[in-house]
Design a binder for this molecule. Structure first.
Ligand code: FES
Length: 109
């Protein structure tokens, strides 16, 4: 079990943060999202070209904060499922990462 975020409540609602674990070939970038009280965790790699969603630092949501946004080419994703609804990877999904919340502490399973 790997610690992902010590206190989930540092995130606004809606809010998101990129958490990088490991380095070199063991480096993994996760996107932790808090939205309407629910937590989602995805691998932070757009299914289109594999870039992190926030090529604009700290910008994870579309304009009205209803979907996740890849700022490279504008793909948008459902927050709950990671399903791409608009953009060049429409129909694909962000890869969900299994997690466990213990109190306010978030772990990868
Ligand atoms: S890399 Fe995300 S939309 Fe192109």
């Amino acid at each position: 079990m790997t610690l992902l975020l010590a206190d989930i409540y540092i995130l606004d609602d809606p809010g998101a943060v990129s958490v990088i674990i490991g380095e070199g070939t063991n480096r993994h970038d996760y996107l932790v999202v808090r939205f309407e009280g629910e937590i989602s965790v995805f691998e932070n790699a757009c299914p289109h070209q594999g870039t992190p969603l926030e090529t604009l630092a700290g910008k994870f949501f579309n304009r009205d904060q209803t979907q996740l946004l890849c700022s490279t080419h504008g793909a948008e994703f459902e927050i709950e499922t990671g399903f791409c609804t608009i953009g060049p990877c429409k129909g694909e999904k962000l890869r969900a990462a299994p997690f466990r919340l213990e109190g306010a502490t978030l772990y990868l399973n």
